[in-house]
Ligand binder design. Structure first.
Ligand code: NI
Ligand code: MN
Length: 225
């Protein structure tokens, strides 16, 4: 499985069977993304919640690629109302897709579409594919049940926000990594806007001082998991 980071919360997974999965594809309006929406493809699009910096270009990409949306029920219904294929799920539930398993987790945040429609609860997501478990926390505050998430699914890669203001900042993110205990933490949701300015290398050095591994991905970089 390959993982590509576009910046902010946007990633592309390429499963071993060639299926491509985008998460929170905020590209065209994202000053840090080296890639625009016309440059990516997606068999599936997973949205953690409905805020504009997460829905991003999902509908534009979804229309061109005939993608299937995977989201919590209310947001999936919203996508379906716009004419898209949607697979409705909800927090705590998992489903085995052709590329791997998707399970939604709680996240403490909000969720409303850019046109002010109710979109259900915000979520985090665990993707299990190619023998690896990847936990994308979505936008969230620190919460103690992260410990339970890590106990129920041993996490290889934890993708978590450090930008503060809307989500965890660095000090809360350090605690989140301690609770989940992933093999590798990858910081996200920072430096896109002035209010979420944060230094990922400060996060990395503090994590390493705690004996944890951290990978700061370059914007546009792809790694083999
Ligand atoms: Ni948000
Ligand atoms: Mn956000």
């Amino acid at each position: 499985m390959k993982l590509r980071y576009f910046s902010h919360s946007a990633f592309q997974f390429t499963a071993d069977n060639g299926k491509t999965i985008l998460i929170d594809p905020f590209l065209d309006g994202n000053p840090n993304s080296p890639v625009k929406s016309d440059d990516v493809k997606a068999d599936y699009i997973i949205l953690t919640h409905a805020h504009g910096d997460h829905i991003g270009d999902a509908f534009k990409i979804g229309k061109r690629c005939n993608s299937t949306f995977i989201c919590v029920n209310e947001l999936a219904n919203y996508c379906a109302s716009k004419g898209f294929n949607a697979h409705n799920m909800h927090i705590g539930g998992g489903f085995n897709f052709d590329f791997g398993r998707v399970k939604f987790t709680i996240a403490h945040h909000g969720s409303m579409t850019p046109d002010n429609q109710y979109a259900g609860e915000p979520a985090g997501v665990i993707i299990s594919s190619g023998g690896k478990n990847i936990y994308h926390t979505g936008d969230t505050a620190l919460f103690y049940d992260m410990k339970l998430i890590g106990e129920m699914t041993p996490i290889d890669y934890m993708l978590l926000p450090i930008g503060d203001n809307f989500t965890m900042g660095i000090s809360d993110a350090l605690k989140a990594v301690e609770l989940v205990n992933p093999k590798i933490a990858i910081p996200i949701h920072y430096n896109t806007f002035p209010v979420i300015k944060a230094d990922p290398n400060e996060f990395k050095s503090k994590l390493e001082a705690n004996g944890k591994k951290c990978l700061v991905m370059n914007f546009g970089e792809e790694i083999q998991l």
